[in-house]
Design a protein around this ligand. Structure first.
Ligand code: SF4
Length: 422
């Protein structure tokens, strides 16, 4: 695929902005020219030069074929392998799923905690969700619940809430209201901003109180989580009056002992609103290819992430198959760590490790096998799903690179399995 520096798709968070202007720097480096985004700027800096780095076995540089053979041998002798991290573009994830299926591995993603907070209430009671395009074209009132989601998708509001949309006119400015969090960076002057101060860890109570008011019931106390009942009643009225409201929240950023309860309460609030008006939820997912991994897992296996491939078929176990727990409780005897977008360190593990990871990854100890991989959207192409899960954008490389993709290396390990198993 031809390298692209104009209108490039950014691989570094689940917003997948497609308007980046990049430039080449010395020794094959890539830098962001604009629009400004701290996460993208860091991602391109961390991608470094295009220097071809050798694979390593126990910290010693080796030929790629030797590293692949050693990785395949480790997998063949493992009784309970774990594929974790799983941070790759869609082709990389598909190759990882095929390998996991071949060796009976458990699968987890490095950002799955936030996904599980959403998935479990979603399985239980469903949700009314919307897309980024609908948010951009229709929303006249946006309620941001909890910490500012721009922490994980810095350009979210800039991209999704311009002054006008297909059904939003400049004469009626969009309103954005924060509860349980504050705007952490500047917002454009065309937005009318309100903040209701409240503790983030009490969002479940606040969303529950709003749902009660929307259902026409009185609140049991004069204040809920420090917010006066009269202020909540005013907010409930604003929400009822909206033409198209959207609740934005980042499940991974929610605090408190049981953040999934807050997610469940937010989804319930939106369902209550839809009895009489039109509201939707838009959960903001973390990056590292989480949404692509989640979609690929669902269409390939029929079950969500945090599942294990067994001879009876894939089994979903969201709590038991968390990578940290499997490693801590020694229920995995091999870690296959995949992290292509950024140098994310693997979890603490005393078991052997095969790492297909960003060249700048720092390890607490040298992995048994380390195969440095290229960064999707920098060293090679691929596809990246947006946070709303409905659009996959094509990633083009930003430089001619000799770095291998995680997809290619995982497929090579998969092909070598029968040879080492003989
Ligand atoms: S918001 Fe996300 S996708 Fe957009 S430029 Fe920043 S890191 Fe890239």
């Amino acid at each position: 695929m031809e390298a692209r520096l104009e209108e490039a798709v950014c691989p570094f968070c689940s917003l997948a902005c497609d308007d980046l202007h990049l430039k080449r720097t010395e020794r094959g480096g890539v830098a962001l020219v604009g629009p400004e985004c701290p996460l993208a700027r860091t991602g391109y800096i961390e991608a470094g030069t295009d220097e071809d780095l050798p694979p390593r076995i126990d910290g010693q540089a080796v030929a790629e074929s030797a590293a692949i053979e050693r990785a395949a041998a480790l997998i063949a002798s493992s009784a309970a392998p774990l594929v974790a991290g799983l941070a790759a573009e869609v082709d990389g994830v598909r190759a990882a799923l095929a390998l996991a299926d071949a060796c009976g591995a458990a699968l987890d993603h490095l950002r799955a905690e936030g996904l599980m907070r959403l998935l479990l209430p979603l399985i239980e009671r469903g949700a009314v969700q919307t897309t980024l395009s609908e948010l951009r074209n229709r929303a006249d009132l946006v309620l941001v619940l909890g910490p500012d989601p721009r922490r994980i998708a810095p350009r979210l509001i800039e991209r999704a809430l311009p002054p006008t949309g297909l059904f939003v006119q400049e004469a009626a400015p969009r309103r954005i209201l924060f509860i349980g969090g504050v705007p952490e960076t500047e917002l454009a002057p065309h937005l009318s901003v309100q903040v209701i101060p409240a503790p983030t860890h009490r969002l479940a109570e606040l969303a529950g109180a709003l749902a009660r008011l929307i259902a026409g019931k009185a609140l049991p106390r004069p204040e809920i989580a420090g917010v006066p009942a009269a202020r909540l009643a005013e907010l409930a009225q604003q929400m009822r009056d909206a033409r198209y409201g959207v609740a934005l929240f980042a499940p991974a950023l929610l605090e408190g002992a049981e953040p999934e309860l807050a997610v469940a309460a937010i989804l319930h609030l939106i369902q209550e609103l839809n009895r009489t008006t039109r509201w939707s939820a838009l959960p903001v997912a973390g990056g590292d290819g989480l949404i692509g991994a989640s979609q690929a897992m669902l269409w390939q296996s029929g079950v969500p992430l945090r599942s294990r491939f067994t001879p009876e078929g894939p089994r979903f176990a969201p709590h038991r198959l968390a990578a940290d727990r499997l490693l801590r409780e020694r229920e995995a005897d091999l870690l296959i760590w995949i992290s292509a977008f950024r140098p994310a360190p693997p979890p603490e593990a005393s078991v052997p490790m095969i790492a297909l990871a960003h060249p700048e990854t720092r390890f607490a100890r040298p992995p048994e096998v380390f195969l440095p991989v290229g960064v999707p959207g920098v060293d090679h192409g691929g596809a990246a799903f947006r946070m709303d899960g409905v659009v996959a954008l094509p990633l083009a490389p930003a430089r001619a690179s000799t770095r291998k993709s995680a997809a290619g290396l995982l497929a090579a390990i998969h092909r070598a399995l029968p040879m080492v198993a003989r």
